[in-house]
Ligand binder design. Structure first.
Ligand SMILES: *Cc1c(COP(=O)(O)O)cnc(C)c1O
Length: 356
């Protein structure tokens, strides 16, 4: 039996994906070889790479100008690869500071050009999304973190700006409908909503590349990955395979529209309980609440350990909050079943009755 897995990342994957992958580990498509044993330039793997990239394109309904890449290095590498490829030494990029991940992106961008922090919610420990900010039309791009995994805030509406938009979507990619074409570059470590750790998805408009004058090392230049069909060097074969299976599952569920419905339902169930249960309290502005990472605390912090132990007995895993926020964080990624949220909510209700 599987547990109720609320881990923040790496995180829960669909059972169908795990089952199919376990078979591929022994014999991939009747080849007599494990998926781990086949060459990355064989037709067998080329089909996986093609299908994964096409599924991203199809599920995000990307315009033709976009290229979809699967790269090494995590979202963390994108913090530097984005400015290295887009920002001139004397240019300025705008960033909205919504927490730890934005900050890491800002820090890297400063190595390549000027950074204008156009908005920040730092003064209140990032418990909301800044809404009033000015982005200079001279800015090379505006970078946002669409979902803030640690604090549990999420952009509900994309900012309207005249400069190219760059999004770190690591923790909410394909969890809701969105006009992805409003962006010029989107990146996501796939281990939260679209696969297992080890690979990062980058969707980039070809038209924004090749404009900086600096020399870019071969493996960090997006154009080389585009030219080589995302196979400049040995790609993380197994991670891409898992991502392809996860995207197939996502498509079969009904794509981003179906995910949005399910994720809204899951989040509403949990937030309703947080709001009515006298023991618990949400930590962020209601209008900015994330449907992916639900953060909450207890009015009596001395009960937190006891609640955690209680939920463990119910096979609830991964709800301890990030150390910078405390309390609890339940991550409700695409593959987390509605039933798991029901079990958590029941546990909250029961615990609260016991303490009344
Ligand atoms: C998890 C996460 C990252 C870091 O991803 P890595 O793949 O570990 O580098 C970056 N940004 C956001 C929003 C995340 O949730």
């Amino acid at each position: 039996m599987k547990v109720h897995n609320f881990n923040a990342g790496p995180s829960v994957l669909p059972n169908e994906v795990l089952y199919k992958a376990s078979k591929a580990l022994i014999d991939f498509e009747g080849s007599g070889m494990s998926i781990l044993e086949i060459g990355h330039r064989t037709p067998l793997f080329q089909a996986v790479m093609d299908e994964a990239r096409n599924l991203v394109r199809e599920l995000m309904q990307l315009e033709d100008d976009f290229e979809v890449l699967y790269l090494h290095g995590g979202a963390t590498q994108q913090f530097l690869q984005v400015p290295m490829n887009l920002l001139e030494n004397d240019g300025t990029a705008s960033y909205i500071d919504t927490g730890v991940w934005s900050n890491k992106a800002i820090k890297e961008a400063k190595q390549f050009g000027f950074v204008d922090v156009a908005g920040s919610s730092k003064e209140s420990n990032y418990n909301y999304i800044p809404k009033q900010f000015n982005v200079s039309p001279k800015s090379t791009y505006l970078h946002i973190t669409t979902n803030n995994t640690i604090y549990g805030t999420q952009w509900q509406q994309l900012p309207e700006v005249d400069v190219p938009l760059v999004g770190d979507m690591s923790s909410d990619i394909l969890s809701r409908q969105m006009d992805f074409n409003k962006f010029s570059l989107i990146y996501a470590g796939v281990q939260k909503n679209m696969g297992a750790a080890g690979v990062t998805m980058v969707a980039v408009r070809k038209s924004i590349l090749g404009k900086v004058t600096r020399k870019i090392p071969t493996i960090l230049d997006y154009r080389n990955h585009v030219e080589n069909g995302s196979m400049l060097n040995t790609p993380p074969v197994f991670s891409i395979y898992i991502s392809m299976l996860t995207l197939r599952w996502l498509r079969d569920q009904g794509g981003a529209a179906a995910m949005e419905k399910l994720n809204e339902k899951k989040a509403a169930l949990l937030y309703d309980e947080i709001d009515q249960n006298p023991l618990f309290r949400g930590t962020v502005a209601k209008e900015d609440r994330s449907r992916m990472n639900v953060c909450f605390i207890m009015d009596k912090p001395e009960l937190e350990d006891e609640f955690l132990k209680f939920t463990k007995k119910e096979d609830i895993v991964g709800i301890k909050g990030h150390r910078s926020v405390g309390g609890f964080r339940a991550s409700l990624y695409n593959a987390l079943p509605y039933e798991s949220v029901e079990v958590l909510v029941e546990a909250m209700k029961y615990f609260s009755l016991k303490k009344a």
